[in-house]
Ligand binder design. Structure first.
Ligand SMILES: [Zn+2]
Length: 214
């Protein structure tokens, strides 16, 4: 069974079964993704501090810490393939992106192709498409991974993986204006830093970041 077929089959089954809200466990009923209460609990805000900037300035939009509804929603999205969640998370993040940033494109942090084949989708891309749609800008796959990182490094017992040069940005995909990098979770920030570096090298004038949680 191919990953795509498996994903489609799971999607079909999901639609037929009574579903619990991944945020709180209440029955979802006719609602998709999250119940109205959990949805209302998700509020985007802009942060000035992260490893992505040497000086504090507004550059990161997030729904909050990696806990509660945010943590459960991200885990559900990754492992149970709840694509409705990607739309809710992306559209909610979009409402927090300041117009002054003048974002011209949304760029998802890529999974390594091997991981993407295993999972069948890239959760950052699913969230990114919804985010881009709500901002009325394109979601473009401008970044590629040049080698397997995190997972493999852990398997080989490496304490700290070296992400320098792990991503490449393709100039032809970049708009001339600022871009918004999207990932599901920002932890150490080193993945986003490596992506930001690649985008700036390829000529992006400004890189902002959106993450569901950090
Ligand atoms: Zn709920």
């Amino acid at each position: 069974m191919t990953a795509a077929f498996g994903t489609a089959l799971l999607g079909a089954l999901r639609a037929l079964l009574p579903r619990a809200c991944p945020g709180c466990g209440a029955q979802l009923g006719p609602h998709a993704g999250l119940c109205p209460a959990c949805r209302a609990a998700l509020r985007p805000y802009v942060q000035d501090h992260s490893p992505l900037r040497a000086q504090p300035e507004p550059h990161l939009v997030t729904l909050g810490p990696y806990s509660g509804v945010r943590r459960r929603a991200v885990r559900e999205l990754k492992f149970a393939q709840a694509r409705d969640l990607a739309r809710i998370l992306g559209e909610t993040l979009a409402t927090g992106v300041p117009a002054a940033w003048d974002v011209q494109a949304v760029i998802p942090v890529p999974l390594h192709p091997t991981r993407q084949r295993q999972r069948g989708f890239n959760q950052a891309e699913l969230i990114g498409r919804a985010l881009a749609g709500a901002l009325a800008v394109p979601c473009v796959p401008a970044l590629t991974r040049t080698r397997v990182t995190a997972q493999q490094a852990r398997q080989h017992g490496a304490q700290r993986e070296d992400l320098h040069g792990a991503f490449r940005a393709h100039e032809g995909f970049l708009p001339t204006g600022p871009v918004l990098l999207i990932d599901d979770v920002l932890t150490s920030g080193r993945t986003a830093q490596a992506c930001q570096h690649a985008l700036l090298q390829a000529g992006a004038p400004q890189v902002y970041v959106a993450v569901v949680a950090r």
